[in-house]
Design a protein around this ligand. Structure first.
Ligand code: NZQ
Ligand code: ZN
Length: 390
């Protein structure tokens, strides 16, 4: 167990009818607000009007940037950062899913520098000394961007999708009202749930064992998603299901479960290349990659962790044949993604072609090695992609 610092400073308003606090929270940072949102779902569900009402009531000055894309583009970030400078914005308010919140994070950082915001993500890796304060209103349970230091931006001109962690990117305040996710489609609910599961597994399957308590916490979160994702898909306005998914999405990635743990993510870099090359939905790519990655990494030396997963998460009967138990756990996870959630189960179905595997694999490991649960070099990643074909 390594030493760690626990410091997760995002203030969360969870539950129904908390929006009345929005004006006061924004006012703490100033009076000029940049509202960012996606392709219009917040207008259809009435949230846009509700937000505007609160902003008006608080006497704040509003500027808007709409049209943030899923797999948000650097072009939107550039536009947003420019707007912040032009209008002397005090606070960025992101209303939407992970894409909108991620874009807001680099808009807020880009507003504080003279260089291109892509420099934060490209090879130059410019330092992030500060960012404008970010407030988020989450509408899709998936990425955990509402309570984490990360943001991922796509640059289709260079065929890159790159993420970065920085404490300056943490939202200061996030509003988590499960009713704002009632309108999320069954497909996006499935993809979001696969994303949450992946965030947990990236940490659960780490090279070293740590706190038993954290493993139990992760197993509890996995069981929560497995229980409630199908409910939310069938009954979109089931508050209990949506609330459980929402709070799990935040806690899966807010830094709590990684405390003290040496870990490096594997499926995410492997998936980000799929999105960068094919603009696919992040959670779908993860659902296809994750069971194959687990299968590829399984060996005698790490089988106990797989057995723990199979037994504690899926209730597989323990037996002397540890490999069989381990494989059963992987099979049940795959069944959950592809049968229960109904996601496509291979690359062929979603049009990903093997001719791109070498380039995607090279980028995924940045020409070196992903040092996760099992170290993965380009050749390993190509094999995992190959396992995803059918
Ligand atoms: O654009 P609008 O109209 O809002 O529609 C969105 C979008 O089409 C829609 N949607 C969102 N809330 C809705 C809704 N539709 C109906 N009702 C609602 N309440 O859903 C679609 C997908 O939205 P998006 O924000 O793209 O989804 P998600 O939250 O899954 O975000 C995905 C992005 O986050 C990145 C991913 O790589 C991807 O770019 N990630 C960010 C992370 C982070 N910040 O820590 C970690 C993740 O691993 C991930 O990489
Ligand atoms: Zn993810």
């Amino acid at each position: 167990m390594n030493k760690f610092v626990y410091d997760i400073p995002t203030k969360v308003y969870f539950g129904r009818e908390q929006l009345s606090h929005l004006g006061d929270e924004l006012k703490k940072f100033g009076s000029r607000v940049l509202l960012t949102y996606g392709g219009g779902s917040i207008k259809k569900m009435g949230l846009y009007d509700a937000v505007l009402k609160e902003i008006e009531k608080a006497g704040l000055e509003l500027f808007e940037l709409s049209g943030i894309e899923p797999n948000p583009r650097i072009e939107s970030v550039r536009t947003g950062a420019q707007m912040c400078k032009e209008h002397k914005i005090d606070v960025v308010l992101a209303v939407g899913g992970g894409s909108t919140i991620d874009a807001a994070k680099f808009i807020a950082a880009g507003a504080c520098v003279d260089h291109d915001p892509w420099d934060f993500l490209s090879k130059t890796w410019a330092p992030i000394h500060k960012a404008l304060p970010i407030v988020s209103i989450l509408t899709l349970s998936a990425t955990g961007s509402e309570m984490d230091t990360a943001a991922v931006i796509t640059n289709f001109a260079t065929q890159e999708k790159i993420g970065r962690l920085d404490r300056n990117l943490l939202p200061r305040v996030s509003f988590l009202d499960p009713t704002n996710t009632f309108t999320v489609s069954p497909y996006q609910t499935a993809c979001g749930s696969a994303d949450i599961i992946s965030h947990i597994l990236e940490v659960y399957f780490a090279p070293e064992q740590d706190l038993y308590m954290l493993d139990c916490f992760m197993e509890g979160m996995l069981k929560t998603v497995i229980k409630y994702a199908p409910v939310a898909m069938k009954e979109p306005d089931n508050y209990e299901a949506r609330a459980n998914l929402m709070w799990t999405s935040s806690w899966a990635i807010n830094g709590f479960i990684t405390a003290g743990k040496r870990h490096a993510w594997s499926c995410h870099p492997i998936e980000h290349e799929l999105s960068a090359f094919y603009d696919i939905t992040h959670g779908l790519g993860l659902a296809i990659v994750t069971p194959r990655w687990m299968e590829y990494c399984l060996e005698e030396s790490n089988v106990d962790k797989y057995v723990q997963f199979a037994v504690n998460v899926f209730g597989v009967e323990p037996s002397q044949d540890k490999m069989a138990v381990a494989k059963k756990g992987i099979e049940l996870l795959a069944n959950f993604f592809f049968e229960t959630l109904g996601l496509d189960d291979n690359f062929t179905k979603i049009g990903i072609k093997s001719e791109d595997f070498p380039a995607m694999a090279r980028k995924a490991c940045a020409g070196g090695v992903i040092s996760g649960f099992k170290p993965l070099a380009q050749a390993d990643i190509e094999k995992i992609y190959q396992m995803c074909v059918e």
